[in-house]
Ligand binder design. Structure first.
Ligand code: 5AD
Ligand code: SF4
Length: 489
């Protein structure tokens, strides 16, 4: 083991201190500038949008170090896995990839291999990397992304396994370089970490305590995006609704959404929202600004009060439904999507029926459904669990059947209407040439010229499917919508 390695510690990660979170500016040590000269890199990203966005920072840092991106990991001189801990299969995928990389490393001993992201914050994972994956050259955690240049430099010059994982979150780092994956839609972090501690969830341990970015930093990032012609920003956080709570000055997500809308960016999205913190003010702001998309991801997890309590979710089926109906009433045409976990320890057939009942009431526009996955170190991992995997999979299957019915039903209602669409790209295999997303976040395929990519256009919906729509382009781009957006400030 190296002399000054920093390893993750769950006890520390769990701790929520009162110390103030300060702001630091990213600084780059120029002596590292040619570290990757003549070398290529490949970053494989698992998990959520937060991880995807971290990868955009990672790529920019690697390019500061003179590495060049390559699209095949088999040919790369440096492979970095940006990992996810949320469920066991995310773990398995990353370890499977490490297995393949091990063979590559036998053929090419100079290959540099790194692991970062949420798995790097887990004690068990680091143990295993130190014992069984000695070929991994370096590891850094979610709290010290900005230290990649130093960590990598050390690993490459000292020729030993370099592990630097902070268990405590530390400061917010501003002005990290970013290589955005897209030239018309962008992710913008607004809050890091999570203090909710839902009993099944590993995120509060891997991403640390809740810390909001200063509104000035967020707004200036969005203003630059507007200047650069971006059409859409997605404000990111593990629980965006908690934005600003650590400021104790009343400036929260409602105020931020309003200020971001006023920058004139054509589309604002945000995710993910915990139902507990969703205020009436937020609903009113979403309803007021046409450039805040009428699309809300509102994970419910379960429809049974008994299970919600065991999950530590802080709401009941009834209070969720009250919020849900309020959104539907006050935000015209809003689409609401959700996440659901089946097979939480102790979930009975009756509990599961409560979930199905809620789905019949809410008729969600979209949903992600999962079988409960035991995460070591979380309270739910210690709960008694008598239900077989087979039964859990059967519940998932039945749930998906009901969910899918409503996806289709909601899509059918859109047939004949004209919807605004941000054109995202070309279809490789479908008959229609282009695809994009509606304001309500529905995938739509239609024919059009390639130069429409990155623009907002009007499309008439002609056909509905379970997971997508088909449509035809209506003349011209959607000028009306942009104009109405501008009249708002
Ligand atoms: N098992 C299964 N699903 C989980 N999720 C989070 N933790 C777990 C777990 N341990 C799901 C939740 C969450 C989504 C991002 O992942 O539904 O909303
Ligand atoms: Fe996965 Fe959660 Fe980490 Fe995102 S924050 S990468 S979903 S564990």
């Amino acid at each position: 083991m190296g002399d000054n390695m920093q390893l993750p510690n769950y006890k520390e990660a769990k701790h929520r201190g009162k110390e103030n979170v300060e702001k630091e500016t990213y600084s780059f040590d120029d002596t590292y500038r040619s570290l990757g000269k003549g070398k290529t890199y490949y970053v494989k990203t698992y998990g959520c949008q937060m991880n995807e966005h971290d990868t955009e920072n990672i790529k920019a840092m690697l390019e500061q170090l003179s590495f060049t991106e390559i699209d095949s990991y088999e040919k790369a001189d440096l492979i970095l896995l940006n990992t996810c801990s949320i469920r066991e299969n995310a773990h398995n995928k990353a370890f499977g990839m490490l297995g393949r990389i091990k063979h590559l490393k036998q053929e090419r001993p100079n290959l540099i291999v790194g692991v970062c992201g949420c798995m790097a914050q887990e004690e068990g994972v680091i143990d295993s990397i130190m014992k069984h994956y000695r070929f991994v050259n370096f590891v850094f955690g979610t709290h010290n992304l900005h230290r990649l240049p130093e960590v990598l430099h050390k690993a490459m010059t000292e020729q030993k396994q370099e592990i630097e994982v902070y268990s405590k979150e530390g400061n917010i780092i501003e002005d990290m370089p970013v290589k955005r994956a897209n030239s018309f839609k962008a992710y913008v972090n607004i809050i890091y970490g999570c203090d909710k501690f839902c009993t099944y969830c590993i995120v509060p341990y891997t991403r640390g305590k809740q810390r909001s970015r200063a509104k000035e930093d967020i707004l200036s990032e969005v203003q630059v995006l507007v200047r650069d012609g971006y059409q859409e920003v997605t404000l990111l956080g593990q629980n965006v609704n908690a934005y600003g709570k650590d400021f104790h000055n009343g400036y929260g997500l409602a105020s931020l959404l309003e200020d971001v809308a006023k920058t004139g960016i054509p589309r604002v999205r945000f995710m993910t929202s915990h139902p507990w913190d969703f205020t009436d003010d937020m609903i009113d702001v979403i309803a007021k600004y046409p450039n805040i998309m009428p699309s809300i991801h509102l994970p419910v997890q379960s429809g049974s009060d008994h299970i919600l309590k065991l999950m530590g979710r802080r709401y009941t089926k009834d209070t969720y439904l009250t919020l849900f109906h309020k959104m539907k009433e006050r935000i015209p045409g809003v689409s609401i999507s959700t996440d659901i976990i089946v097979g939480f320890p102790g979930e009975t057939e009756e509990d599961f029926q409560e979930t199905l009942d809620l789905v019949h009431t809410c008729k969600f526009d979209n949903a992600f459904s999962f079988v409960f996955s035991k995460r070591e170190g979380t309270p739910a991992a210690k709960l008694e669990d008598a239900t077989s995997e087979e039964e859990k999979n059967e519940r998932l299957y039945r749930l998906n059947d009901v969910l899918n019915q409503y996806f289709l039903e909601n899509n059918q209602k859109l047939v004949g209407s004209i919807v605004p669409v941000l054109v995202e790209g070309k279809n490789a295999s479908l008959k229609t040439s282009l695809y994009g997303y509606t304001d309500t976040n529905k995938l739509i395929n239609f024919d059009g010229e390639e130069d429409l990519i990155g623009k907002i256009v009007s499309v008439r919906v002609t056909e509905s499917k379970t997971w997508s729509l088909d449509g035809t382009l209506v003349e011209g781009t959607d000028k009306e919508r942009s104009a109405s957006t501008c009249s708002n400030h």
